[in-house]
Design a protein around this ligand. Structure first.
Ligand SMILES: Cc1cc2nc3c(=O)[nH]c(=O)nc-3n(C[C@H](O)[C@H](O)[C@H](O)COP(=O)(O)O)c2cc1C
Length: 409
């Protein structure tokens, strides 16, 4: 049975009354940076290597220019979308992220409730801080499960069985974490699970009393943040942050395709050759992503991979995209550049960190309102009308447009 969450949400709302109205993801990031212990903020915000790819992902979407079309009645606009046979309230959902509860206690409750309210998919990480059965129940079915081929075959097999039993219709296999990357900020902060307590960690928590107090209260009422799919596994598998997930090879994918009865998505794909092979094996969609720059910092910029892969797989094969989406304009640009559906990563974590449930709601409202406005200014009345024709023919986007038009032929 799911424990009541109202006390958590009421507490968050009260906090929010004393808090701050958010007007952008950038602002949410700043507020989250102040409120979260440095170790937690850096875990969310950080990336691998020199972290340049994380910022390039957004910067390259900024460079895309769109062409406004006029004299069209766009007063009525619909933001609903369709992906993998599901009707969604919005053209974007929430990317899989492990240990969301580190952004704010009760984060999983808030995410699941938003997914239910807005009818958007919440991708539930293998390392989620709420058990996969609880999330899909709270999200009223609006949840997809993300699988890592982590640790033992027994653990992975059981996760698949649990996802089937919980009535998940979509499984995402993440393939871009065969080994951990080097994340300097986490190393510097001594970020580990379970926590290693030292003077600097104690000082970090003490100097961010609001997060620490709310986390402690939540732990007393519910439980300490922990990867719950591991804690609830009959295999007694413990979460090891630096464990290899290299079990996900081509054989594993082919076996998974046979075993999983629902829609199968492969996440973390950037190479055209890999995309072809994944499509041939029978995946239902490819999730183009560079993990928000958290794995190979030298990898291609996410939006470039999207265009390349769209060009290669043709106009109709479903592509899901994430990486650097920080506003509604970014969502519309990704859809115009070949995505069928877009996922939000850090943007929602910053919202949670800035204001808990209320902060998350505000960020989702902002992104929806911006996306609706940008879509209207392009002369489009619904998501299905968006496409390569919305890209302006300037120096930056001409090549994208030509490639996408070729893909649609
Ligand atoms: C804190 C955090 C945890 C993440 N955990 C996972 C995970 O468990 N599984 C996964 O497939 N991707 C994970 N990701 C990657 C996201 O799904 C997504 O690809 C990425 O955040 C998109 O980039 P953006 O945050 O810059 O928009 C994580 C990302 C963040 C920021």
């Amino acid at each position: 049975m799911i424990k009541p969450t109202d006390s958590v949400c009421a507490w968050h709302r009260l906090g929010w009354v004393l808090g701050k109205q958010l007007f952008s993801v950038a602002e949410a990031r700043q507020v989250a940076k102040r409120r979260l212990p440095r170790m937690m903020f850096d875990f969310i915000d950080g990336a691998s290597g020199d972290e340049s790819l994380r910022d390039l992902n957004s910067a390259m979407i900024d460079h895309i220019r769109l062409m406004p079309r006029v004299l069209i009645d766009i007063s009525e606009r619909a933001m609903s979308a369709s992906i993998l046979g599901q009707e969604t309230g919005l053209p974007f959902g929430i990317a899989p992220m492990g240990m969301c509860a580190l952004s704010w206690p009760g984060a999983d409750f808030s995410l699941a409730r938003e997914a239910a309210k807005r009818r958007i998919p919440l991708c539930v990480s293998t390392a989620s801080s709420m058990a996969l059965e609880q999330v899909i129940e709270l999200a009223e079915g609006h949840a997809w499960f993300q699988l890592y081929a982590d640790q033992s075959n027994g653990f992975v097999d059981e996760l698949i069985d649990r996802a089937i039993a919980a009535d998940y219709k979509v499984l995402i296999l993440t393939v871009d974490v065969p080994i951990p990357s080097v994340r300097t900020r986490d190393k510097r902060n001594g970020f580990s699970f379970p926590m290693n307590w030292g003077a600097s960690q104690i000082w970090d928590f003490a100097s961010h009393p609001r997060w620490s107090l709310e986390t402690a209260l939540h732990a007393i009422r519910h439980q300490m943040p922990q990867p719950m799919n591991y804690a609830t596994s009959s295999q007694k598998t413990t979460f090891v942050r630096n464990a290899s997930r290299a079990g996900a090879d081509w054989n594993f994918l082919a076996t998974l395709r046979d075993r999983w009865p629902g829609k199968l998505v492969v996440k973390g794909v950037q190479s055209v050759e890999d995309a072809f092979r994944i499509k041939t094996i029978g995946a239902d969609a490819i999730y183009v992503s560079n993990h928000g720059g958290r794995q190979l910092n030298a990898a291609p910029v996410a939006i470039d991979s999207l265009v390349e892969i769209r060009n290669a797989v043709g106009g109709t094969f479903p592509l899901i995209f994430d990486g650097g989406i920080r506003n509604g304009e970014h969502v519309i640009k990704a859809l115009a550049a070949g995505a069928d559906f877009v996922m939000l990563g850090r943007s929602v974590m910053y919202g949670l960190g800035a204001g808990g449930a209320a902060g998350l709601g505000q960020i989702l409202d902002l992104i929806e309102a911006e996306a609706s406005s940008v879509m209207g200014l392009l002369g489009c009345r619904n998501i299905a009308e968006l496409g390569a024709a919305n890209l302006a023919e300037n120096y930056e986007t001409l090549m994208l447009r030509t490639m996408l038009e070729r893909a649609a032929e």
